[in-house]
Design a protein around this ligand. Structure first.
Ligand code: F6R
Length: 262
């Protein structure tokens, strides 16, 4: 496990993009796992800048997104497919056919979930999974109480999530009630995981996810079991961590011994 703390949101976004660029230099056909939400926007902006100004080449990259609402067409402004096109895919040279978002309009949603898992497997598995974290500790749409072994599936949204998301829709009744989401087990299969968090509002949940017990109450806490997880935090999101000084110490010294981690 690695905890990287930087001063600002822009700093962690840049740091994350540099890590992805480095991996792409070694493996141009990288398989990326991607998230939506406000957290990765800075990362995507920086990747777009690297593509435009430094010719970062996405032509062989494939991507799989974490989740999608059920019942929203791809060009609905609140669909996650639309979000990804707008914020990343339309601005880099990734091939659209190499970008996969679960199909929330599929006739057979269960079959779509199985197919999604199969496609990830056939692609060789996810190299880098990008994650944000909800204030209740969720990753993807794996809300508190989700099975820690879950796979891609149809998930009923909690009343809280529906209420939270209603600000993006005209009426609360327009908010989708269901989503397709990669499961905790699917996420844990990724070769490396990068969880980004910024701002004071994420401080408490970051502390329990990284330093608290592993529990389905905070689904992100399972990441403690992953052999290659990196948390990229700004100072506000890291402010409640008990071992903050130690993480900083490791970060400052890790260059001295190749592979040193927390
Ligand atoms: C998005 C996703 C969610 C978000 C989480 C944090 O694809 O799966 O789990 O990462 O809700 O959202 P933000 O980044 O908006 O705070």
């Amino acid at each position: 496990m690695e905890v990287i703390v930087r001063k600002t949101y822009e700093d962690i976004s840049r740091e994350g993009a540099k890590i992805i660029r480095k991996k792409m230099a070694k493996k141009p056909d990288l398989i990326l796992g991607l998230a939506t939400g406000s957290t990765p926007l800075g990362l995507y902006k920086e990747l777009v800048r690297m593509h435009k100004e430094e010719e970062l080449d996405f032509s062989q990259v494939k991507s799989f997104n974490l989740d999608e609402y059920v019942g929203l067409v791809p060009d609905h402004p609140q669909s996650y497919r639309y979000f990804m096109n707008e914020n990343l895919f339309d601005h880099i040279n990734i091939k659209k056919e190499n970008t996969r978002v679960p199909d929330g309009m599929a006739n057979d949603l269960e079959a779509e979930c199985l197919q999604y898992e199969e496609e990830i497997r056939k692609a060789g598995g996810i190299d880098i999974q990008v994650l944000g974290i909800g204030s209740d500790g969720h990753i993807a749409f794996n809300e508190p109480g989700s099975s820690l072994g879950s796979r891609t599936r149809i998930k009923t949204l909690t009343k809280q999530t529906i209420e939270d998301n209603s600000r993006f829709f005209e009426k609360e009744k327009d908010v989708p009630r269901f989503a397709l989401t990669m499961g905790i087990g699917s996420i844990m299969d990724s070769r490396s995981i990068f969880l980004f968090a910024d701002g004071e509002r994420k401080g408490d949940v970051i502390a329990v996810a990284i330093e608290g017990p592993i529990t389905a109450d905070i689904t992100a806490s399972i990441l403690q079991m992953h052999p290659r997880v990196t948390y990229l935090l700004d100072e506000a999101a890291a402010s409640k961590l008990k071992r903050r000084d130690y993480y900083r110490w490791v970060d400052e010294n890790k260059a001295k011994v190749k592979g040193a981690t927390t």
